[in-house]
Write a protein that binds this ligand. Structure first.
Ligand code: DAH
Length: 346
């Protein structure tokens, strides 16, 4: 039995010597040291030996088992580290490799300009009315009648306004001013709102005119609202939007729904006020119409003009964007050339 054990030990030691991988060592371990391994088979015979022999052979068997286990373990550690290193080397990730470029989308310059204007007015205490209170498909009632626009006013002409075939009196709104009526109907002052949206006009398209464009309407109705408040709010808006440096002027004007009325001009950015094609040689560009809400308009929505007064304004978003970014053709906003819109990537 002793010889048998030594023989197995020699075989096992040779196999360990030959082993080249972790897997080879695991096989050796299984072959000799597992429950069904060769050592165990022999150890089963120990019970038939005399007590004396049992002691000697048992000790030898244990000694051999231990030696084998130790040398398998040592080699295992060696192989394991080697194989692990090889694997890590093979699967190495180059963290310095640049990532894949994913182009990021961004909002259209008219959307960002609208957002910017709205947030300035929000900071001045105005709230934005929901879209459904100023629909793009509108009745003449809201677009003209309630705004004190006479039945024979040229703006109502088919040459200026798009009529639909939904019904005789349904138009594509030509101004956002109708949202003033939606905002006041059935409500009590104070009312302090802005309403951004798209409007349509039957225009000959050129570098300054398109047959649809965007406006932001504003309205403030309360007790003791004066023209001074109107000037204060609009001057503050212009100061924030353009910065201190841009010359502006108030010019008296006429709108059926305001009395008195004023337009605001900003110095032309293309020529610095000298006069050019963009500003038709005047050096100024109009950005908005405004005025004190006509008493007739207030009366129409059930607000007593002897108690309340208000101011209103409507500004062109394209104009404001053109003046800020020196864009000389309104059509650039609408022909979706990314070389243009990408320049507004913030
Ligand atoms: N709706 C006018 C336009 O489209 C602009 C305007 C003028 C709006 C005076 C107003 C206002 O609210 O008070 O030309």
């Amino acid at each position: 039995m002793k010889e048998q054990l030594e023989k197995i030990y020699a075989d096992a030691a040779a196999d360990i010597e030959k082993a080249c991988t972790v897997k080879d060592l695991e096989d050796v371990k299984f072959k000799y040291l597992s429950r069904k391994g060769e050592f165990n088979e022999i150890k089963k015979g120990l019970k038939d030996l005399s007590v004396e022999d049992k002691k000697i052979v048992g000790a030898l068997a244990n000694d051999i088992t231990q030696k084998l286990e130790t040398s398998i373990k040592e080699k295992f550690q060696l192989f394991y580290e080697k194989e692990l290193n090889e694997k890590l080397q093979k699967e190495k990730i180059d963290v310095t490799l640049p990532g894949q470029y994913i182009p990021r989308g961004h909002v259209h310059p008219l959307t960002s300009t609208t957002n910017e204007i709205c947030s300035i007015f929000q900071s001045l205490g105005f709230s934005i009315v929901p879209d459904e209170f100023g629909p793009e498909v509108e009745t003449e009632y809201y677009n003209f009648d309630m705004l004190n626009v006479p039945k024979d006013h040229p703006a109502r002409d088919m040459q200026d306004t798009f009529y639909t075939n939904i019904a005789k009196n349904v138009v594509l709104r030509s101004q956002t001013s109708g949202s003033q009526i939606h905002a006041m109907e059935g409500k009590n002052p104070p009312i302090r709102i802005i309403a951004p949206g798209r409007v349509y006009r039957n225009e000959n398209v050129n570098s300054r005119k398109n047959n649809f464009f965007h406006q932001i309407e504003g309205l403030y109705v309360d007790k003791n609202i004066t023209f001074g408040d109107l000037k204060g709010v609009l001057n503050e808006f212009i100061r924030i939007y353009f910065g201190e440096s841009r010359p502006t002027r108030f010019r008296s004007s006429f709108f059926p729904f305001t009395e008195p009325s004023a337009e605001v001009d900003v110095q032309c950015i293309m020529c610095g006020g000298k006069g050019c094609r963009t500003c038709s040689g005047t050096g100024w560009l109009e950005i908005l119409g405004s005025g004190m809400v006509d008493p007739n308009v207030l009366r129409g929505v059930g607000i007593d003009p002897d108690v309340y007064s208000g101011f209103a304004f409507g500004m062109g978003v394209e104009r404001l964007a053109m003046l800020k970014y020196a864009i000389d053709d309104i059509r650039l906003f609408f022909n979706n050339d990314v070389r243009f819109s990408q320049q507004f990537h913030k």
